[in-house]
Design a protein around this ligand. Structure first.
Ligand SMILES: Cc1ncc(COP(=O)(O)O)c(C=O)c1O
Length: 348
């Protein structure tokens, strides 16, 4: 039997490389997925009929403004397919979420990547990049891989500068982890505007990355457009069942939020105590700087891997001296901290 649980291409015992939930989903979500297997021979004709009322009820949103997909990446790809094409442009932050430019290129659109400020998207430069060819402005808030964020007022300043025919896509995959008091829940601007959409996911705080469920909140005409270009039967029935059960278990979500916040603060201060600088994070991961060529990001990545700890190195030049580490469980974070301390103390 294929065990996809170990099919991750690396032998590491501690996986802190993909920003999944280290606490997994609610036990009720696992049970709901198992129960749904009993009717797995059937198509799930219309996943939105199950998921949308659950999402709308949970977050207090209008059902007509929601659709779902195979992870939020499916929805981001569909937005690109619907709104981009030859002669159009996507504006994004240069060191932001790396997948979205691919979706723009796949639709023959031009990607305009604007410089950031210490990995925080620059509203000024995004505004400067606006042309009459721009159809989408995309940013993740908080960003991945940096964990930085824009305040509600900065997001609103960006939105105020956009012409009506430009859609602002805010990817709030990590919103559930935010504790910054000036962060504004993204749905508020979406509700007030006519050209803003928010993408969300069950892959992070709900611990269902393998289930592949995301959702989008936006004006009904955009929802309708994105829904029309979905695959037939886009969501697996066990995944839909798991997502609904995950939403219902508010205690589990609160537990994961608290544990992540505690772990993020702990790792931040531990890394600083080791003399390392970090990029302050609002997400479930932390970017750590290794500027010393004798103690490089590449070397620490290799050292951690030898210790059975997988973290993420990023391909782009801007991140070459960084590693990104998912906020693990306390014992995983202690193991990572101890290994990094050992690495710094002289082991190449
Ligand atoms: C900013 C951002 N958006 C979207 C995704 C994709 O999430 P999903 O699993 O819902 O496709 C990720 C995954 O890491 C992410 O970091």
């Amino acid at each position: 039997m294929l065990n996809v649980g170990v099919d991750v291409g690396q032998p590491a015992a501690i996986l802190l490389n993909s920003n999944e939930s280290v606490y997994g989903p609610s036990p009720h979500a696992r049970m709901a997925a198992r129960a749904a297997i009993s009717s797995i021979e059937r198509y799930l004709e219309n996943p939105d009929r199950i998921l949308v009322p659950a999402i709308a009820g949970h977050f207090g949103l209008n059902e007509d403004w929601i659709t779902t997909g195979q992870g939020s990446d499916d929805l981001l790809a569909r937005l690109a397919r619907a709104y981009l094409g030859p002669g159009t442009e996507l504006v994004r932050s240069a060191n932001g979420y790396l997948k979205v430019p691919n979706y723009a290129h796949a639709n023959d659109a031009k990607v305009v990547s604007v410089a950031d400020d210490g990995f925080t998207p620059s509203v000024d430069r995004m505004i400067e990049a606006l042309t009459d060819r721009v159809r989408l402005v995309y940013l993740a808030n908080p960003e991945n891989p940096a964990g930085t964020y824009l305040s509600g007022s900065e997001i609103r300043r960006l939105h105020a500068a956009l012409p009506d025919n430009v859609l602002l896509v805010i990817d709030a995959a990590y919103e559930e982890y935010v504790d910054a008091t000036d962060y504004e829940p993204t749905h508020k601007l979406v509700e007030e505007a006519e050209n803003v959409v928010m993408c969300r996911t069950f892959s992070k705080i709900y611990g269902l990355a393998g289930a592949r469920i995301g959702w989008m909140f936006g004006p009904p005409d955009v929802i309708d457009t994105v829904r029309r270009i979905a695959l037939t039967f886009p969501v697996a029935s066990p995944s839909a069942a798991a997502a609904v059960a995950a939403l219902e278990d508010r205690a589990h979500t609160q537990f994961v939020y608290d544990a992540n916040r505690t772990g993020r603060n702990w790792l931040t201060s531990e890394m600083q105590a080791l003399g390392l600088s970090i990029v302050p994070s609002q997400a479930n991961f932390l970017l750590i700087h290794f500027p010393d060529p004798d103690k490089s990001a590449k070397a620490v990545d290799r050292f951690l891997r030898q210790k059975g700890i997988a973290v993420r190195r990023l391909a782009s030049e801007a991140y070459k001296d960084y590693i990104r580490i998912t906020i693990g469980q306390p014992h995983e974070l202690r193991a990572a901290r101890d290994a990094i301390a050992e690495f710094l103390s002289g082991h190449p």
